[in-house]
Design a protein around this ligand. Structure first.
Ligand code: ZN
Length: 430
């Protein structure tokens, strides 16, 4: 039988023991090896020996993106330079790039858990994996490749873009798996259709990284390509890179590697845990990372834990897909709302497009009001507006527990942008 990359542990109790061991090791390791963490722990009045249970994680100070920026070029470093074998950096759209150091063991661990992603997606060594993500100083291409070779499938390091070449590779090499961003996946699906090569390719699975894939996008790709599975792979440079979890073939949420890191879901305002199943910010603490460990690192990404057990029987817990950034959170009549939630509600309703706007106002009565503008879908006429807006209002009320005034507008009337479209207009002055 092929080597398995799944954790050897079998029970939740064993997982908790392993987490506590890793947490204690990490706190001790950074206290000895990192000036930054030693100072931060001293300021919080915590010594390594104070960590006696998993609950003691609450005593540890938070780490944030600004700590990485302030520590540039080698932030959070907790080992001597002689032990560092590689660095990676984020693409750095705002401010300085985030640079992270890796020891050989960090690279080996990353390779092992990325191989687990391919195993979770039910690949075999016979699979041919076309890796159409960026190669360079960032973690994407290198990570997908590392995991693929560790797993033992055939890696085709295609890199991003170059649609002609991608299509040729799909046909000539008979790639069975395509790894790319969801937008590129959609582009590829459309090209395969346009070139009429569906019956010449052997594509069975797609793995989407680095951006959120909306439900409507996935449906469109699935309709065009009719493939077995679409997977979402989460990851960030701070936490090794991509490959920190994957949904299994049941697609009930993303199993995450709780034997490599602890995931807390916290209210971004109070920094206290949200009730299980509710949306909050992902805060991660690594258990084995040597060169640049993370202690309660605030990712700013929002998701929720998925309670209960997956039909696949894995003890690895699950989180939902990423639902937005905590900086985008709106507090409306004491309810925390994330634009991703509205997105999610709208994607489940037929007859509307994917564009919307949320407008918040405070009126003379001192109360807050929310208006949601939604585009009618192409080819749908305005006679159904009333029915549509009623349906949207009901779904928002049901799923997010707030009421709003819904307005249906013409298809194409809301502004679009290539990068990040502004969707929330908060006119309330505090
Ligand atoms: Zn599962």
């Amino acid at each position: 039988m092929a080597k398995s990359f799944m954790p050897a542990i079998k029970t939740e109790e064993e997982l908790r023991d392993l987490q506590l061991k890793g947490l204690r090791w990490t706190v001790n390791h950074v206290y000895q090896g990192s000036d930054f963490y030693r100072k931060s722990l001293d300021e919080a009045g915590v010594k390594p020996d104070d960590i006696r249970s998993l609950d003691d994680i609450k005593r540890l100070p938070f780490t944030a993106a600004k700590d990485l920026q302030e520590g540039y070029p080698f932030p959070l470093r907790a080992v001597p330079f002689k032990d560092i074998v590689r660095i990676h950096a984020s693409s750095g759209t705002t401010g300085k790039r985030k640079v992270l150091c890796y020891t050989q063991k960090d690279i080996d661990d990353w390779g092992d858990f990325f191989a687990r992603c391919y195993e979770m997606a039910s690949l075999t060594k016979e699979d041919r994996v076309q890796i159409a993500v960026g190669y360079g100083v960032w973690t994407a291409g290198v990570g997908f490749q590392l995991g693929c070779e560790r797993f033992g499938a055939m890696a085709i390091p295609a890199g991003p873009g170059n649609i002609d070449m991608q299509c040729m590779f799909l046909v000539d090499f008979q790639s069975t798996v395509l790894c790319c961003t969801a937008s590129m996946g959609l582009l590829m699906a459309e090209e395969v259709e346009k070139r009429n090569i569906r019956d010449k390719i052997n594509l069975k699975k797609m793995i989407f990284g680095s951006e959120r894939s909306s439900d409507s996008m996935r449906k469109q790709i699935d309709d065009l390509l009719d493939i077995e599975h679409l997977f979402d792979i989460p990851g960030m440079t701070e936490l090794y890179g991509p490959g920190t979890g994957l949904d299994c073939v049941h697609h009930t949420g993303i199993h995450y590697w709780a034997d490599y890191y602890i995931l807390e879901i916290l209210d971004p305002d109070t920094l206290k845990p949200v009730p299980e199943g509710e949306i909050g910010e992902m805060v991660v603490t690594t258990l084995k990372k040597e060169a640049a460990p993370l202690i309660r690192y605030r990712t700013r990404d929002l998701t929720r834990l998925i309670p209960g057990q997956c039909p696949c029987g894995s003890i690895l817990p699950r989180h939902d897909r990423l639902l937005g950034r905590s900086d985008d959170m709106i507090i409306f009549r004491a309810v925390n709302i994330y634009p991703g939630q509205i997105d999610h509600v709208l994607s489940g309703i037929e007859g509307i497009g994917s564009e919307y706007q949320i407008i918040l106002d405070r009126k003379a009565d001192g109360k807050d009001y929310m208006a949601v503008k939604v585009e009618r879908d192409q080819g749908i006429d305005s006679s159904q507006d009333e029915e549509l807006s009623k349906k949207i209002g009901e779904e928002i009320k049901k799923q997010i527990l707030v009421s709003g005034n819904i307005e249906i507008v013409d298809y194409g009337s809301l502004p679009r942008s290539e990068r990040k479209t502004k969707r929330v207009f908060d006119n309330r002055d505090d």
